[in-house]
Design a protein around this ligand. Structure first.
Ligand SMILES: Cc1ncc(COP(=O)(O)O)c(C=O)c1O
Length: 405
C-alpha cells in the first residue's frame, strides 16, 4: 500500500494577506480604461489623479539628474539629505511645524508613508479611529499592522466631518490612533481651524496618536485653509505623524514620492522598517520632487484654479439631478454626492438598492465610471473625481442627468 502524504491544513498563502481586498478605486478605473480601450466612449470620474502633465521644470530636473552618476547608486534609505531639508521647510511653510530633517522619511508615494505610519505606532489589537467615508487604503493598512479599524461615520448632513462627541463615543481603553484627513478623499471635506483644534485637543487630552494625511493640503478652494492639526494644537506634534507627497499638488502621481514627518521614536522605527522594505526612493524621482518643492509654484497654482473651475461646474450640474444631494467640497478634487434618494427605486426596469448597483447601472447604461460609496464605507454615495477636462466633465454629468430624468 502506497502511503500518501497527509493533506496539509496549513494555508498555502498568507491568511493575513488573503484578507486584504484589491483597491476598489483602482479596480473601477481599470474597468473604465479597459472599456475605453475596447472603443466604448466611457467617461471616467474614477481616477484619483490629476490629468495634467508634470510641470516642465520638474521634468528637466529629472533629466539632469539622469546624467549625474551619483544618482545611479544607493542613497540613504530615509531620503536624500537635501530633499529631507526641503520637506522640513515645506512642513514649516504649510503645516506650521518646525521639524529637523532627521524627522522626515522620503517614501514611495504617500501610500508607503500611510503603511509605515500604522506599522510604527500600532500594536496588535489596538483600535484605530477611522472617520468614514475614508480612503480605501486605510482599513487595509491598519489591518496589516494588526490594528482594528473603528469606523466613525459622518454623513452629508454634517458635511462628512466627524465631531469630538462622535470620537469620544467611539473611544475605548484600546484606542491608540486617530486618522485625520483634511481635505478628505473621498469627500473633499475640509475641517475648519476650529473643528481641527477641537479634535486635536481631544486627541492630546487622551494621549491618542494622530496620523494626519495632508496630501491634499494645497488643493483648497473658496478661501478655505486646511490648517494642519499640529499648527492648531502645537503640543500634539509629539504624538502626530504627518503624511504628504508631491503626487496631487504637482501632478506627479507616477513619480512615486511621498514622505512622513513625526517625532524621533516613530520615525526611527519606521525608518528601520523602510531600510529592509524598500531602501531609498528612486533618486531621479527624489530630484524631481526637490525641484517641485523648491521651484516656482505658479504652475501648481494654475492647476488648482483649473480644479476649482471644474468643481463649480460639476457641483452645479450634479445638484440638478432630483434625489441627489451634493455637499460643497472645499478641497481635493472629488465630489461625493449622497444618492440615497435614487435608491430603493426602479430605473429603466431595473430595481436598484445600493450605490454599488447604481455605479454598475451607470457604467452600463450611460458609459460613465464612478466609484460607489461601498469602497469608502457605507452604501448610498458615489465618488466622482473632477480631474478631467471640462468638456468631458460636462458631457458625463449630462448623461447622468438624462439617465435619472
Ligand atoms: C488620502 C490619500 N492619501 C495618500 C494617497 C497616496 O498618494 P501617493 O501614494 O500617490 O503619493 C492618496 C492617493 O490617492 C490619497 O488619496
Amino acid at each position: 500500500m502506497t502511503e500518501r502524504a497527509p493533506v496539509s491544513r496549513k494555508p498555502r498563502v498568507s491568511e493575513k494577506l488573503s484578507a486584504i481586498a484589491e483597491s476598489a478605486t483602482l479596480k473601477v478605473d481599470a474597468k473604465a480604461k479597459a472599456l475605453q480601450a475596447a472603443g466604448r466612449p466611457v467617461i471616467s470620474y474614477a481616477a484619483g489623479e490629476p490629468d495634467f502633465a508634470t510641470p516642465q521644470f520638474v521634468v528637466d530636473a529629472a533629466a539632469e539628474a539622469l546624467r549625474d552618476p551619483a544618482n545611479f547608486r544607493y542613497t540613504p534609505a530615509a531620503g536624500l539629505p537635501v530633499l529631507r531639508e526641503a520637506i522640513a521647510a515645506k512642513t514649516f511653510r504649510d503645516s506650521g511645524l518646525e521639524v529637523a530633517p532627521s524627522q522626515v522619511i522620503v517614501t514611495n508615494g504617500g501610500k508607503q508613508s500611510v503603511y509605515q505610519a500604522f506599522q510604527a505606532v500600532v500594536n496588535p489589537g489596538d483600535e484605530v479611529l477611522l472617520p468614514a467615508p475614508y480612503w480605501t487604503t486605510y482599513p487595509e493598512a491598519i489591518a496589516l499592522a494588526d490594528g482594528v479599524p473603528v469606523e466613525v461615520f459622518a454623513g452629508a448632513d454634517q458635511e462628512y466631518k466627524v465631531t469630538v462627541d462622535q470620537l469620544e463615543a467611539a473611544r475605548t481603553d484600546k484606542t491608540t490612533v486617530l486618522v485625520f484627513v483634511s481635505p478628505s478623499n473621498p469627500t473633499g471635506a475640509v475641517y475648519t481651524p476650529d473643528e481641527t483644534k477641537a479634535i486635536g485637543e481631544w486627541a492630546l487630552a487622551h494621549g491618542i496618536w494622530v496620523i494626519s494625511d495632508e496630501i491634499y493640503q494645497n488643493l483648497v478652494y473658496e478661501g478655505a485653509r486646511a490648517q494642519s492639526i499640529v499648527e492648531a494644537v502645537p503640543e500634539l506634534a509629539g504624538q502626530t505623524i504627518l503624511v504628504n507627497g508631491v503626487a496631487k499638488t504637482y501632478a506627479m502621481t507616477g513619480w512615486r514620492v511621498g514622505w512622513m514627518v513625526g517625532p524621533a521614536d516613530a520615525i526611527k522605527v519606521a525608518g528601520n522598517l523602510q531600510s529592509h522594505l524598500s531602501s531609498n526612493v528612486n533618486n531621479i524621482a527624489q530630484r524631481a520632487a526637490l525641484a517641485a518643492l523648491t521651484g516656482p509654484q505658479d504652475e501648481a497654482e494654475k492647476m488648482r484654479q483649473a480644479f476649482d473651475r471644474r468643481r463649480g461646474l460639476i457641483v452645479a450640474e450634479l445638484a440638478k439631478i432630483p434625489g441627489v444631494t451634493v455637499p460643497n467640497p472645499l478641497g481635493a478634487f472629488y465630489v461625493y454626492p449622497d444618492v440615497t434618494g435614487l435608491l430603493g427605486r426602479e430605473w429603466d426596469g431595473v430595481r436598484i438598492e445600493t450605490s454599488l448597483e447604481l455605479a454598475d447601472f451607470i457604467l452600463e447604461r450611460a458609459e460613465v465610471a464612478v466609484v460607489p460609496g461601498e469602497a469608502f464605507g457605507p452604501s448610498g454615495y458615489l465618488r466622482l473625481s473632477y480631474a478631467l477636462g471640462e468638456d468631458q466633465l460636462l458631457e458625463g454629468v449630462q448623461r447622468l442627468q438624462r439617465l435619472f430624468a
